[in-house]
Design a binder for this molecule. Structure first.
Ligand SMILES: [Zn+2]
Length: 372
């Protein structure tokens, strides 16, 4: 993802910071300014932000490690001022798997609270909120001794808030996924997502109204964000189910140019210029597929003015044979994960056509227009 940089990799999952995270440092700076630069106070706040984001990272690892348990990889964990996201490579197949993955995050916050709970045996239970408010407004400074005493209680409260806010039944919050997973058991993923999206949007409208009447700008913003995320989530799932329902047979291209490894690239370049074919199969004399020529490699050859080179020098031998009854979703995942650009389709040991990445993209583009 652009604008992010990696800070650490734990359990094979890179944790990255989004550049806007830097904005969060404005808060200690603001407090420092408001309190006449008390170094102790600023250090406390910096430490607190660190602790808070450590909790957020643990929350995301809750999702990521549960996902791994079900064989779903996590690309990375991205931290921004509004929280963290564990970017999973795909949605898990079974509703109860999604249910556990989504629930694992908030449960981590609950677990953190449990760990901190013994502190309240010695803690004089006066108002945590007074301190929190003083910090947020940057007004009259609480003393450092006061703050040190409140470090754990404030972190405790924030973990409770994190768990409960995330459990709201609306996308992109974890609660939205928990809700969708529960509905999926009876309704299937597509209908469940549609219903969960409606509920989320109703909640979002409530948020916006509340924000509007109370003059809380943040609530209007959250409401808008939730509203559009819900719609987006449904579009993605709708496309996904279209990919699941349709097979290679529906997209299969029967006319294609097969290249020989010893011929020059000129025929391929010609095809690319005409725009119908972008990736090519390469066959031997026995009409057996021995490799593929990717558009990217071909473009590289054109850039190097190397069109007279034999196909063999730009050939890739990574491909697999596809059955026409394979779902488009399987092909889509294969293309994403393995980097395939074109695949030969065989029926009863006979080459019947090809499917390539531009056909897949075209299919998705078309469906996206039809869904709107
Ligand atoms: Zn979460």
């Amino acid at each position: 993802m652009r604008g992010t940089f990696k800070i650490v990799t734990v359990a094979d999952i890179p944790v990255k910071l989004h550049w806007t995270f830097g904005l969060l440092l404005l808060w200690p700076a603001y407090v420092a300014y408001g309190t006449g630069f008390q170094l102790g106070l600023v250090a406390w706040l910096a430490l607190f932000i660190l602790a808070l984001f450590f909790c957020v990272v643990l929350h995301e690892y809750g999702h990521a490690l549960t996902a791994r348990h079900y064989g779903v990889k996590t690309r990375d964990i991205i931290l921004s001022p509004i929280g963290g996201v564990a970017r999973l490579e795909r949605l898990p197949e079974q509703p109860w798997q999604e249910f556990s993955i989504a629930l694992a995050g908030p449960l981590v916050n609950v677990a953190i609270c449990c760990v901190m709970a013994p502190y309240f045996l010695i803690y004089p239970f006066d108002s945590v909120w007074t301190i929190a408010r003083q910090l947020l407004q940057g007004g009259s400074a609480p003393t450092l001794a006061d703050l040190s005493l409140h470090f754990i209680p404030i972190l405790f409260m924030i973990n409770i808030l994190l768990a409960s806010f995330n459990l709201l039944p609306a996308f992109p919050m974890d609660g939205g996924r928990v809700f969708r997973a529960l509905l999926s058991i009876r309704l299937g993923r597509r209908r469940a997502t549609q219903l969960a999206a409606y509920v989320g949007q109703a909640l979002a409208v409530g948020f916006m109204f509340h924000g509007f009447y109370q003059g809380v700008f943040l609530n209007i913003f959250i409401g808008l964000f939730v509203f559009f995320t819900a719609a987006q989530e449904y579009r993605v799932v709708r496309l996904e189910s279209l990919l699941t329902e349709n097979t290679v047979r529906e997209l299969l291209r029967r006319q294609f140019t097969a290249l020989r490894s010893e011929e020059s690239l000129e025929r391929a370049v010609e095809g690319l210029k005409q725009g119908v074919e972008k990736n090519f199969l390469v066959m031997n004399e026995a009409e057996k597929v021995i490799g593929v020529l990717h558009e990217e490699f071909l473009l590289e050859a054109i850039k190097q003015k190397d069109e007279s080179a034999p196909v063999a020098s730009y050939l890739s031998d990574r491909f697999e044979v596809i059955d026409p009854d394979t779902s488009l979703k399987t092909i889509f995942l294969k293309m994403q994960e393995q980097g395939y650009s074109i695949l030969p389709v065989y029926e009863d040991d006979k080459l019947v056509g090809v499917i390539d990445v531009s056909m897949m993209n075209n299919f998705l583009r078309l469906q996206q227009k039809l869904i709107k």
